[in-house]
Design a protein around this ligand. Structure first.
Ligand code: HEM
Length: 381
């Protein structure tokens, strides 16, 4: 029995050896090209060289898929072109994984970030912000009391310089916001009813406007930051304001200095951090930063910062614009004419008003305004 079994083993082993000798030698393992597709990446099967290629060459001349597949998998190997400029010899970028996207060629990965994250989530966030403001307006109404304005306003809240700097910045921001929203969401909101020709003209015009107003906003934003920085520095009382949400839900406004903690939050979060992010990335997109290598990668990263920063900034300034127009009585006029009544100052910025009455802060800072009626004497504390 044992003899028979070992014979079969011998026969089996011989058979296996024979089969092995037949099998083709395994391909030597090639190291993946640097920045090329990841190890284990299986290139889609080459399309059979059948008529379809010939058909494609006719219907889409130059769309030579096998050629492009080769270029894509070559890991950004630079070829020769006679187009001037950086990386013009690189037809397809390296493989990359931008946050929230697949590992794909950088252009594809960036496209996914834009179309899967920035557009849907950014758009939803802006809608949510607008709906929240509308609910607040219909729920709580305009904040503040109508104060006797009799004749000239009493306290100068914003000087002519502060107001012109503010409105120049505000107008630039609104123009950038509208043109930016059309570039990002116009395809869904305008194209369906405008048609390609008109939509193309409108977006081209707005994109050009965006590229020119951008640098203007960059300058006016810096002016705004330096102009209002001192009065936005944090103070002890700001914490009380934050804890009570400024009295926005109780109806009793919490005393604050010239700017309350909410305004300071918009200043440091909206104007300073988001504003400078949007401006810096915008200047890169406008190719206005000297000695920077404007590769596609640089532009993709700048775009992601720019679009994300702009969406968040617009959400923040929806609130600022609401309070600065219909959301708080007398606020718009303060930035329009520069003056507020004593009652307004006392209701909305009581600590600022007390400092003025105590003579620590001048009620009039610029020399250009109209004559004032005498101030009510400081109430005995
Ligand atoms: C249409 C758009 C805008 C309107 C209607 C508006 C309205 C106002 C109003 C009424 C005030 C006075 C608030 C107060 O008395 O405390 C104000 C203050 C201010 N605004 Fe605007 N604004 C607009 C856009 C902007 C933009 C785009 C920025 C900056 C990117 C900005 C930055 C400021 C700053 C820094 C102040 C001073 C208060 C503070 O520092 O917190 N505003 N705005």
């Amino acid at each position: 029995m044992k003899l028979v079994f070992s014979r079969w083993i011998a026969i089996g082993l011989l058979g296996a050896a024979g089969a092995w000798a037949q099998a083709p030698a395994p391909e030597p393992a090639t190291a993946p090209a640097p920045n090329g597709p990841p190890a284990g990446f299986v290139a889609p099967a080459e399309p059979k060289p059948d008529d379809s290629n010939a058909a494609r060459a006719k219907s889409q001349p130059g769309n030579n898929a096998p050629f492009w597949r080769g270029v894509r998998n070559s890991g950004e190997v630079e070829g020769v072109t006679n187009i001037p400029g950086i990386e013009k010899g690189v037809l397809i970028q390296r493989f990359e994984r931008y946050p929230g996207a697949d590992y794909a060629t950088a252009g594809e990965s960036w496209r996914q970030v834009r179309n899967r994250l920035i557009i849907p989530y950014g758009g939803s966030l802006m809608l949510i912000a607008l709906v929240a403001i509308a609910l607040f307006y219909f729920g709580r109404g305009t904040i503040g009391h109508a104060h006797a304005e009799g004749g000239l306003r009493r306290i100068e809240r914003f000087t002519p310089f502060e107001r012109s700097a503010h409105w120049l910045n505000a107008i630039a921001f609104v123009l950038l916001g509208i043109s930016g929203v059309v570039m990002a969401f116009g395809k869904f909101l305008l194209l369906p009813w405008m048609g390609h020709t008109v939509f193309g003209l409108v977006t081209y015009g707005l994109k050009t406007l965006h590229n020119f107003v951008g640098p203007l906003f960059a300058v006016s934003l810096l002016v705004i930051i330096f102009t209002f920085l001192k009065d936005n520095l944090p103070r002890a009382e700001d914490w009380t304001w934050v804890k009570k949400a400024g009295g926005m839900f109780s109806g009793h406004e919490v005393p604050s200095h010239r700017f309350n903690a909410g305004e300071k939050g918009i200043f440091w979060g909206g104007v300073f951090v988001l504003g400078l992010t949007v401006v810096a990335s915008g200047l890169v997109l406008d190719q206005l930063v000297p000695s920077l290598a404007y590769t596609r990668g640089t532009m993709q990263v700048a775009h992601m910062f720019h679009a994300t920063g702009a969406v968040l900034m617009m959400c923040a300034f929806f609130g600022h614009i609401y309070l600065g127009t219909i959301g708080m009585r007398g606020a718009y006029k303060a930035m329009r004419n520069g003056y507020v009544s004593e009652d307004w100052a006392q209701e909305h910025h009581a600590l600022w008003y007390e400092d003025i009455r105590a003579g620590k802060i001048p009620a009039q800072r610029s020399g250009t305004s109209a004559p004032q009626e005498p101030m009510r004497q400081a109430r005995e504390a």
